[in-house]
Design a binder for this molecule. Structure first.
Ligand SMILES: NC(=O)c1ccc[n+]([C@@H]2O[C@H](COP(=O)([O-])OP(=O)(O)OC[C@H]3O[C@@H](n4cnc5c(N)ncnc54)[C@H](OP(=O)(O)O)[C@@H]3O)[C@@H](O)[C@H]2O)c1
Length: 246
């Protein structure tokens, strides 16, 4: 068997997840990319990953569906025999002020972002426990710490991820599994591209570094948390936000 490590990234064919898959593939990991909807650039992404000397394996599934998560974990074990790193990245927004927020929009965001993180982790953790090693990196958000008007659902899901991360870190530390969260600020992806240029400019003025972050600036921190250089870090929330929240 190859000595490359296996990283499983959810929501990995677009945005931050895609960049994490690419970055890890350049740094000694074979990568498993979860996707929900097939996209036409997936063959090109596979080529890019393979040109970095890594294996690329796709697994389809909705993280809010527990059975999908069981099947995805089994597919990875059948293919690679282990899972070294799990990045719970898949996430959605359905913004709105609470007076107008529909119950289904609240539930959908909690189901994907928070329950999805549980569903995937619950299905992967037993393999990591057997291996006596693992890294889990959960993608929270700056608004999970600060709150944000119009995002009660999203902020609650991201704050929940922080509690989940700290509790799990305490539970599995004795098994040599390290669990951390990252809290990105305002990052240039499809998720933020729905905002008008005026809104973006106004957010940028509130960021000490005066600009949005790039997906690669997130991926680099995930690489650090996945590797040997972060072997004494667990239960932490690493902010990557240009100083937005201090
Ligand atoms: N962009 C930011 O400013 C920012 C800031 C803080 C935190 N974050 C967090 O960073 C993560 C990635 O965000 P992004 O900006 O890269 O967003 P994005 O470009 O909208 O990508 C979201 C990814 O999640 C996947 N996804 C959504 N629902 C899913 C489900 N039920 N099952 C499986 N995959 C699902 C999407 O897959 P499909 O292509 O199939 O829809 C897509 O690959 C999210 O957790 C987000 O909350 C982003």
């Amino acid at each position: 068997m190859s000595d490359r490590k296996i990283a499983f990234i959810t929501g990995a064919t677009r945005g931050i997840g895609k960049e994490i898959a690419l970055e890890l593939s350049k740094n000694g990991f074979d990568v498993v990319l979860n996707y929900r909807k097939e996209t036409e650039d997936m063959p090109e992404l596979k080529k890019q990953i393979e040109s970095n000397g890594a294996k690329c394996f796709f697994t389809q599934g909705d993280v809010s569906n527990f059975e999908d998560c069981t099947r995805m974990a089994e597919e990875i074990i059948n293919e690679f025999g282990r899972i070294d790193v799990l990045v719970n990245n898949a996430g959605i927004t359905k913004d709105g002020l609470i007076m107008r927020m529909k119950k289904e929009d609240f539930d959908a965001v909690i189901d994907v972002n928070l329950a999805g993180t549980f569903n995937v982790t619950r299905n992967v953790i037993s393999y990591m426990i057997k291996q006596k090693s693992g890294r889990i990196i959960n993608v929270s958000s700056v608004v999970g710490v600060s709150g944000n008007a119009g995002q009660t659902n999203y902020s609650a899901s991201k704050a929940g991820i922080i509690g989940f991360t700290k509790s799990l870190a305490k539970e599995v530390a004795s098994r040599n599994i390290l669990v951390n969260a990252i809290a990105p600020g305002f990052i240039d992806t499809d998720m933020t591209n729905i905002l008008s240029d005026t809104v973006k400019e106004s957010i940028n003025t509130q960021i000490p570094l005066k600009r949005m972050g790039t997906p690669n600036e997130i991926a680099k921190v995930v690489k650090f948390l996945s590797g040997d250089d972060s072997s004494y870090i667990t239960g932490q929330v690493i902010h990557i936000d240009g100083g937005m929240l201090m």
